[in-house]
Design a binder for this molecule. Structure first.
Ligand code: ADP
Ligand code: MG
Length: 269
């Protein structure tokens, strides 16, 4: 269980990207953050894994304690929290296997980076590549893989970390719709198999509705919706995608949802 109490973020330039936010994420749940560009999705995710130190509030992880207040548990929290990025942040000249092994680094002293990995690490990395369907590509350089394959390596690297929490920041935003669906389906299945607590930001409403146990809608650094996919009605989608700077697409999306039609627009862009 992840509990956020009054978590807020003011950047160094004085901009408040996240208002005091209170949320709880159940262990093993698959949560989606929805919101237009600039809503605060990345800020919230980066606060949760402490890439950004929240400027107010407390993050409590069951079993660890208040991770942003107690330095001794920060490292454990980081090791327990895998992060998947939109641009996957792999090293393109290295093999898939070597990139997946990087997921093991958090478990070792920093000097480990200049030492060889153990046999157990390599077996685990290969097992993770197998789970994402890429065992045959283990020795292939990242820049020889497709976008969808690269993101699957990113997932395997996260799994090699053996986390309890998985955060993913627009993991499918760079992929075409069919590949997005495949990659998100894979990510969802793995999180469920391993009982990971997942928080995934997306900008596609329909993907959120397909996979989320719960959807948290953000607009202008505030939670404007919190409920199940079934609870998400056109009016909620409008409140997520309308803001101080209203998006002209939001009405179209709401209308498409209400009519049960396909949504062709990507509202947050
Ligand atoms: P999202 O991921 O939903 O697109 P972000 O969390 O990246 O939104 O950004 C939320 C707001 O915070 C935006 O207005 C963005 O410009 C601003 N912001 C993000 N990072 C910084 C930063 N390092 N310094 C100042 N403002 C930032
Ligand atoms: Mg973002």
């Amino acid at each position: 269980m992840i509990t956020l109490r009054d978590i807020g973020m003011v950047y160094e330039n004085g901009f408040q990207a996240l208002q005091a936010t209170n949320l709880e994420f159940e262990a093993g749940s698959f949560n989606v953050l929805l919101g237009r560009s600039g809503a605060g999705k990345s800020t919230l995710l980066r606060c949760i894994n402490l890439l950004n130190q929240p400027t107010s509030g407390v993050i409590e992880i069951k079993g660890l304690g208040m991770v942003n207040k107690d330095r001794t548990v920060q490292r454990k929290h980081r090791t327990n929290t895998a992060m998947i990025f939109q641009q996957h942040q792999l090293i393109s000249r290295h093999s898939a296997l070597k990139n997946v092994l990087m997921g093991r680094l958090g478990h070792y002293h920093p000097l480990r980076t200049i030492m060889p990995f153990t046999h157990a690490d390599k077996s685990l990395a290969l097992e993770c590549l197998d789970r994402v369907g890429l065992i045959e590509k283990a020795l292939e350089r990242i820049d020889n893989l497709s976008g969808g394959q690269q993101q699957r390596v990113g997932i395997a690297r996260g799994l090699a970390q053996q986390p309890g929490i998985l955060l993913a920041d627009e993991p499918v935003a760079s992929l075409d719709p069919a590949t997005s669906n495949q990659v998100l389906s894979l990510l969802h299945n793995i999180c469920k198999e391993d009982n990971l607590t997942a928080i995934v930001s997306l900008h596609q409403v329909e993907l959120a509705q397909n996979y989320a146990d719960r959807i948290v809608g953000l607009a202008d650094g505030r939670v404007v919706f919190d409920g199940s996919a079934d609870d998400l009605k056109a009016v909620n989608i409008d409140s997520i995608y309308s803001s101080e700077h209203p998006s002209k697409e939001s009405g179209i999306v709401a209308a498409a949802i209400e009519q049960g039609g396909e949504i062709a627009v990507t509202p947050s862009l």
